[in-house]
Design a protein around this ligand. Structure first.
Ligand SMILES: *[C@@H]1O[C@H](CO)[C@@H](O)[C@H](O)[C@H]1NC(C)=O
Ligand SMILES: *[C@@H]1O[C@H](CO)[C@@H](O)[C@H](O)[C@H]1NC(C)=O
Ligand SMILES: *[C@@H]1O[C@H](CO)[C@@H](O)[C@H](O)[C@H]1NC(C)=O
Ligand SMILES: *[C@@H]1O[C@H](CO)[C@@H](O)[C@H](O)[C@H]1NC(C)=O
Ligand SMILES: [Zn+2]
Length: 516
């Protein structure tokens, strides 16, 4: 593992040989995830877990075999969606939840296993169109969780420039002269607030233009009865209309969004070791769901499977501290599962969680070894120790790493907000690999870390097996380290006084979409 100049051939050889490995696996009872063995009961294993031993049990063929199973499960959605997906509410996601549940249940009574079902808001935009004057702005995109336009049909109105940022209801004023569509700048407050204010003032639709470069891929967040159909557009697309409106020229506009916003029920799965001190839990999570566009084998099939393998191999050892694994649902809709979980914790239960580690996207094909830049300066005390654990590991393997913003894009967010020290690693999504990063990790500069991010092609071909193996071993190391001892890890009580508990977090992300 010294050099990363080999990843492509290694990955290809693993892909090619996966089938050949299937038979020997299935004949090994320990490795057989599909077997229901009802009388099997694990005696409390006597050997205390060590990083080395747990890491050695991580096998890339096991990971890939599970990825194949997950892809088959994603295909259960084809009938309804026309392609494989594991989006919440789909058969592919229900199958994923069943698969995770039965894999852990088959391990006997080493874990106590629970389901946490919650209501999740989902949105689906079937069709949309925006016409300003006689033009269709190219960057126009309906916001996530937008309601449809009236009667799910086109609506006509005069474009009206909104003063300030639309964060106050009074920024929007109707002139009483017929239907109007609000044009408002991004900034200061969430998109959802602007849309609700526009709705209250009687606008029939809202267009939020970027106050930075580029388009706006955002979501309205928690639905409100005041929300109206909302688009995002880029700064450059908006500029000519802002000028026209400022010059007193009218802009006739047409907005059309056919969409539904629906509430469904979906499920987090939590598995906690029966062994280990339950007052001091080491927690880690990945998300079980994908976006609707594809099967999500890297995002986050990879992290979900890494957790399943580590949970499976951990059963051979005893732990000092309890270890709690979570597979979150609704991450792609805005971190719904992890938000719900943290919100349901009593203060005492919250304090039992000593740390949380997030594992989302472990195997991007054009990967970088990324560590969330978790620091004690702005996060609960102990977060920085997690960052250092990951950095030390890569260094010990002579591998490079980068630090990336810890800005609310994955399931650690609710934990941080409630004072739980957190950290995590990733391999990159839609970010572009720089030339320097290509030197550090191999791969292609100028391309996305995951060229299939949130797309149909996030399938079995979209996994870098070398990165996945390294990162799953690192996950094993993180679990073994803290399952053994938390002696040098800051106590939770110390965090109560920390400014990070009360400091407002001013993140523009909550999940992968912008919220403001
Ligand atoms: C929990 O969810 C799994 C997977 O969907 C299901 O098989 C099981 O019956 C559920 N258990 C309970 C107690 O609801
Ligand atoms: C990491 O975060 C700290 C603040 O907490 C900041 O000072 C530092 O520049 C960040 N490092 C990187 C590489 O982003
Ligand atoms: C780490 O990055 C340096 C460039 O910064 C590169 O020369 C070296 O080969 C990289 N190491 C590995 C293991 O890829
Ligand atoms: C995965 O996606 C790639 C790119 O679209 C495609 O070539 C390949 O056939 C797909 N693999 C499977 C197993 O569907
Ligand atoms: Zn993800």
């Amino acid at each position: 593992m010294r050099s990363l100049s080999l990843p492509l051939p290694v990955a290809l050889s693993l892909l090619g040989s996966a089938c050949a490995f299937q038979i020997p696996f299935l004949s090994t009872p320990d490795n057989h995830p599909g077997k229901h063995n009802t009388i099997f009961s694990t005696p409390t294993p006597a050997t205390p877990v060590t990083s080395d031993e747990l890491e050695q049990l991580i096998n890339p063929d096991n990971l890939f075999r599970r990825a194949e199973q997950l892809f088959e499960i994603a295909k259960l959605s084809i009938e309804e969606y026309g392609h494989p997906t594991r989006v919440i509410g789909s058969k592919g996601h229900l199958g994923t939840v069943d698969y995770i549940y039965s894999t852990i249940a088959d391990l006997g009574d080493y874990y106590s296993l629970s389901n946490q079902t919650f209501a999740a808001v989902t949105g689906n935009v079937f069709e949309s169109r925006l016409v300003l004057g006689h033009e269709v702005p190219k960057s126009a995109a309906p916001m996530g969780l937008t309601p449809p336009t009236k009667n799910r049909g086109p609506v006509y109105g005069q474009l009206r420039l909104v003063s300030h940022y639309g964060c106050d209801e009074h920024d929007f004023e109707s002139d009483g002269k017929g239907p109007w569509i609000a044009l408002v700048s991004r900034g200061i407050c969430p998109f959802g607030t602007k849309s609700a204010n526009a709705g209250k003032a009687g606008a029939i639709a809202v267009i939020i233009y970027n106050n930075e470069k580029g388009g706006v891929s955002g979501t309205l967040g928690q639905p409100s009865k005041h929300h109206v159909a909302t688009f995002g557009i880029s700064d450059t697309d908006a500029a000519p209309y802002i000028e026209k409106l400022k010059g007193g020229h009218p802009v006739d506009s047409i907005a059309f969004i056919d969409a539904i916003v629906d509430t469904i029920r979906t499920t987090n799965i939590i598995a906690q070791t029966r062994g280990g001190d339950p007052e001091n839990c080491v927690m880690l999570g990945g998300h079980s769901d994908s976006v609707a566009e594809g099967p999500g084998i890297n995002d986050d099939g990879s992290g979900s499977i890494s957790l399943l393998e580590v949970a499976t191999q951990l059963t051979r050892f005893s732990v000092t501290n309890c270890v709690r694994f979570a597979w979150w649902a609704g991450e792609e809709e805005g971190l719904l599962g992890s938000d719900y979980y943290v919100a349901q914790l009593s203060a005492a239960e919250n304090q039992r969680i000593r740390l949380f580690m997030d594992y989302d996207m472990m195997a991007s094909p054009n990967f970088a070894f990324q560590i969330y830049n978790a620091t004690d300066a702005v996060n609960p005390a102990g977060s920085q120790q997690l960052r250092e654990l990951y950095a030390d590991y890569y260094e010990a393997q002579s591998l490079n790493h980068t630090l990336i913003p810890f800005d609310g894009r994955s399931d650690y967010d609710a934990f941080l907000r409630s004072g739980v020290p957190s950290g995590g690693i990733a391999t990159g999504a839609e970010g572009i690999k720089t030339a320097a990063e290509a030197e550090m990790f191999g791969g292609s500069a100028g391309e996305w870390f995951d060229p299939c991010y949130h797309q149909l092609c996030d399938n079995l071909s979209n996994l870098d097996m070398v990165a996945w193996e390294v990162n799953t071993k690192l996950i094993a190391h993180s679990v073994a380290t803290y399952a053994r001892t938390l002696e040098d890890f800051p106590k939770r009580a110390d965090n109560l006084a920390a400014k990070s508990m009360t400091a407002p977090r001013n993140e523009v992300y909550h999940g992968h979409k912008l919220i403001m």
